[in-house]
Design a protein around this ligand. Sequence first.
Ligand code: BGC
Ligand code: NOJ
Length: 812
Amino acid sequence: MKFGHFDDQRREYVITNPRTPWPWINYLGNEDFFSLISNTAGGYSFYKDAKFRRITRYRYNNVPMDNGGRYFYINDNGTVWNPGWKPCKTELDKYECRHGMNYTIITGEKNGIEAETLFFVPLKTLAEVQKVKLTNKNKEAKKIKLFSFAEWCLWNAATDMENFQRNFSTGEVEIEGSALYHKTEFKERRNHYAYYSVNVPIQGYDTDRESFIGLYNEFSEPQAVTAGKPNMSVAHGWSPIASHYIEVELQPGESKEFVFVLGYVEFESRDDKWESKGVINKKPAKETIAKFDTAAKVDAAFMELRGYWDNLLDSYVLKSGEEKLDRMVNIWNQYQCMITFNFSRSASFFESGVGRGMGFRDSNQDLVGFVHQIPPRARERIIDIASTQFPDGGCYHQYQPLTKRGNNDIGGGFNDDPMWLIFGTVAYIKESGDFSILDDMVPFDNQPGTEKTLFHHLTVSFNHVIENLGPHMLPLIGRADWNDCLNLNCFSWDPNESFQTTENNSEGSKAESLMIAGLFVVCGRDYVELCRQIGNNAEADRAEKFVNDMVEAVKNHGWDGEWYLRAYDYYGKKIGSHENKEGKIFIESQGWCTMAGIGLEEGMVKKSLDSVKKYLDCEHGIVLNNPAFTEYVVEYGEISSYPAGYKENAGIFCHNNPWVIIGETVLGRGDYAWDYFRKICPSYTEEISDLHKVEPYVYAQMIAGKDAFKPGEAKNSWLTGTAAWNYYTITQFILGIKPAYSGLEVNPCIPADWKGFEVSRKFRGATYKIEVKNNGVMKGVKKLVVNGTEVAGNIIPMQPAGSVNTVEVIMG
Ligand code: BGC
Ligand code: NOJ
């Protein structure tokens, strides 16, 4: 069952039934000011950091679901409704929500009044702009009452939910004309305030929640709206809100547009904060309000945003003949990559924005799906990440975006982390050709005076693995590897402690990871190649030896006969072996060791992937492990805490399905690669949206696996490494167009019955119009013709910036 459809022309997903199986959301803003918005206008806004600068309040996991948002209420002669259906849930005559690239348009119609609401954050603007267009489709004139509503969060989203003995006394507002200001804590240490304005004179307002809604009422029955009369309340403490009241008269056929601006102001200097004693300096707010004080100005800013996205998405355009694939590659997957790049794992409808900052490993992986869009922003991110690293190559697991400091609460010691810095940096250099980043001076743990080149950071990253080898010369796992839930040194019996942060008893541990081993071989080879590129052959030779040793260690101690082992535990016992009762085979080591091609000649890669097909594959994707754990295993940690079939315990972890897909392309099995890709691809599961539950336009972290109560049900949509990994896999390994140091490498691996495809790819300023023709094979490039001239090998040599080049690729 579907709840809407794709509109590829406009790059939108159009939801036509507001009762989606879960709130289906979108993201507004893409640099500093951000909002989450659901298909019923729920959600919230924040400045840079969802924890420390929360602007509006949201209630997670509430009853009913999706509570709190920017709501417009219409009182049409006693009938009260919202354009987005919620919160009143008055049955609408028409409802439509169009989620587009960083904007959302929600339209509702009731009794001949149509309300179209456009929400977006204009480029370079610290505000969410909302344009409300009311149209009277009736034959007679109508007088209606429009109320806006936003509820302020008292800035720190965590304490806002906890510290009520203080919070209920701190709220402060100011009201001037049609602008309602939220200045809580401005008088003390904050240099920022928020505001909500509208571009017409208002006939009233409320700024105190209790006055507007009524203490025992719900969002669906605010007393000011039902009474048709605002209270002109001025909040002192309790819960400050912002609500405008506007009386609107519409002639038959007439439309009126109103522009609301929900904005944020921050002062660099305390001296500029005040206009006069106790009165905030409203100048910056007024400047932003003036930029959007007519519908025409808003429309122009909206066109600018659309143009921005046209340009971004133009960098990779696929024509495959598969509509569902094209819309993912050209629109939604790239879009999700931008969102995960911006948010890491902080704010979604599954991540509350208070717990997690930017992940060291997550952000580096997100880069590979994003770097072709705006390489300079990827560059900046790499430097930010590297600046949180420790001198021995180890890392904080996360950092806070506002301070860019490592987050001590989450700790460190995940021994895969350092490798991802090599992974991200290499992807950046191959895309941009910018080797200068390696010479940037980057501190350790943000300490001034500790600066070393970024290249040095890569070296210590590489060394961190080889300095932490276990008894089988395989990498020690530390707190965990990519799988945060394989906690081999934790031994937790206390339900009140988090597996992620509890004591890590790695002293004397023999716990080794085959996932890190495979990752090290892949990234280690990248490091070796990079060293050679910059002429540092001595370092390349040194590193290569360690990579070769790791390959041997995997072959000697990491092979179980039919597949790669997953790990050795604290005591040195095998995990992911046929000898185990549960968890006999795991996806991560099959993915990374096959990607690395370890034991390709000996048949290991093929055997491993055949075992994946046999034991891990199912109707909805590839599960993480098999058999699922049915009991808690104290020496394995969080993985065995999950019910069978969910999350890291045999869920279909969409993030790592692509590793197997890439492994399949190493073998050249394009049909298997494609089959796996399609299984978890959202546009292909749209038809089963009722089961899948979350948005059909973006990937979710997990789909319940074959051992689950409800196989096929997805959770944790949006902020997941799945986005980048699937984009990377489809574009660089299945379609096979891969940035290389000297040009664009072409090496597709597709089903034999594909006749070919076309890709327009921007790369280092030049455009390549690539046409791939296939005649019944799955892999192999027989002929490469660039601008009419045949080229040896399969690398399209770099062409001058600004040039448009035609490329013909004949497979065979
Ligand atoms: C989740 C993981 C996540 C970890 C860290 C665990 O509960 O299952 O997917 O990586 O928490 O936040
Ligand atoms: C989600 C985390 O964000 C990511 O870092 C981790 O690798 C996966 N879960 C697997 O545990």
